[in-house]
Design a protein around this ligand. Structure first.
Ligand SMILES: [Zn+2]
Length: 479
């Protein structure tokens, strides 16, 4: 059995940071001990990893990814479980929870089988699944207890995308009642899709077909309104609700208000909403303001098309504040990459046909650490929103998301000083552009250990192919 001693580093947990050594035996953490004391304790490691000057943190837990996901246009997101999970490791993430998606007319079981088939033997990180319920019916609701038994303990409903993933309020209420009765977690994509479709049709009729129209037709108040409605429906059903990918201050306000009232409401945001703005879609140019962008092709904005859309600077500031104050509980990526060439390009001349989604699974830990460098959040909060809180909410704690005896030895040795530039020329995601192209960040993953195995050493991937395991998840734990 391998025995690792990770020595000389600063251990970071949500409770605090301290000098200490981590002892690993087999797949688990054996003990956290005072620096250098393992020799006296008689621990004989098979390998010593020097973490002097570095941070030692739990492996990242990204609870919002879409690997190899079929989109409306029939094309798949460009990262497979293999390429996407490798990129995750490079970025310090050792666990992902991806979304299995029910196709209307088909069962939840079929969706789970399909996604298991894609991940099994391909993922190098451990993985679990949420279930997107796109066809709320007696038959699919009756499957929820079996899904929970199989470790799928969170169910996502869409207020957006009428005709495809959308459920109306009645369907959402019914689903939430069953989810609540079984102690599981309801997740909601909260945008008013019915109203958005009206605005989209009106924009197209006026000839507004460039990517910036994507922003113009999805105003932030429609995210706020839907978030409010999702919370009220959850309250009526007695369900715990988790609002995915919050981009708008109006949505954050609704979550904050509900939490102040003591409701079990949780909010997630994503790095793109913290670091990128709607200007990237050419919004400033289209609305007549001076633009500092170099690009002249208005279609370049397609690279930044995701839903909900990127917002203005004002929203970014509020979201950082939400993380600091604890009103936002987690930061996940919504990693859903589509290449510019051949995929995003399908929407040239009609923004409705641009596949929605951005790459990011590799960049999350670094971008949030950049938030630490910029003094927006503390080191401890970084670990909490990126590792511990997602593990707790999605039933993976204390196996994942923490440095504690008995937990899986998923550990990242992180160099907080190393500066590097984010770029498509150096990233490992299978996508031909980076939304953070040219951005310099301070802090980089050095070494990653997953279930006791060194899988990335000095930024070199040494993970055995397909080593990731399926994670049956427990019901959500309070955070
Ligand atoms: Zn998503």
């Amino acid at each position: 059995m391998s025995k690792l001693a990770i020595t000389g580093g600063t251990l970071v947990t949500p409770e605090g940071s301290f000098a200490g050594d981590v002892l690993v035996e087999g797949e688990h953490i054996l003990a956290l001990v005072a620096p250098g004391s393992w020799q006296e304790l008689g621990f004989v490691p098979t390998e010593v990893l020097d973490a002097a000057g570095k941070l030692v943190i739990p492996g990242g837990v990204d609870v919002h990814t879409h690997m190899e996901m079929p989109s409306a246009g029939g094309i798949f997101s460009s990262d497979s479980f293999e390429t996407g999970s490798k990129a995750a490791l490079w970025g310090g993430t050792t666990t992902i929870v991806d979304f299995a998606t029910q196709t209307p007319g088909h069962s939840l079981k079929e969706a789970l089988r399909e996604w298991e088939g894609r991940a099994c033997g391909n993922s190098v990180v451990d993985y679990g699944f949420h279930m997107i319920v796109s066809d709320v019916s007696d038959a699919s609701l009756a499957e929820i207890p079996e899904m929970i038994e199989r470790g799928v303990t969170s169910f996502k409903l869409f207020m957006a995308y009428p005709g495809r993933l959308y459920s109306d309020d009645g369907a959402i209420l019914r689903a939430m009642q069953v989810i609540a009765a079984n102690g599981a977690l309801a997740q909601v994509h909260a945008e008013n899709g019915i109203a958005i479709d009206v605005l989209v049709a009106q924009a197209v009729a006026k000839g507004e077909v460039d990517p910036w129209a994507h922003v113009a037709t999805r105003p932030s108040i429609l995210e706020g309104e839907a978030t409010h409605r999702a919370i009220v429906l959850a309250q009526v059903a007695g369900a715990k609700v988790y609002i995915v990918h919050i981009s708008a201050l109006e949505a954050l306000d609704e979550v904050t208000k509900a939490r102040d009232e003591g409701l079990e409401v949780y909010g997630e945001t994503c790095p793109q909403y913290l670091f990128l703005s709607e200007d990237a879609l050419g919004w400033a140019r289209a609305s007549g303001a001076a633009s500092s962008e170099g690009s002249t092709d208005p279609f370049e904005g397609a690279k930044y098309v995701c839903s909900p859309p990127l917002r203005s600077q004002e929203h970014q500031e509020k979201l950082w504040e939400g993380i600091r104050r604890g009103d936002l509980s987690t930061v996940a990526t919504d990693h859903c990459p589509y290449c510019f060439k051949g995929a995003k390009e399908l929407g040239r001349g009609d923004f409705r046909k641009i596949p929605n989604g951005l790459p990011g699974v590799e960049n999350r830990m670094d971008l949030l650490h950049e938030g630490v460098v910029q003094k927006r959040i503390s080191l401890e909060r970084w670990v909490q929103v990126a590792c511990t809180a997602p593990a707790k909410l999605f039933g993976l704690y204390p196996r994942k998301g923490t440095l504690a005896p008995g937990s899986d030895a998923d550990i990242v040795i992180y160099d907080p000083e190393k500066r590097h530039v984010l770029s498509a020329s150096s990233h490992h995601m299978a996508v031909d552009y980076s939304v953070y192209e040219g951005m310099e960040v301070t802090g980089e993953v050095d070494t990653v250990i997953a279930r006791g195995e060194v899988v990335l050493r000095n930024q070199e991937l040494v993970a055995k192919p397909g080593r990731g395991e399926y994670l049956p998840r427990l019901l959500p734990a309070p955070i």
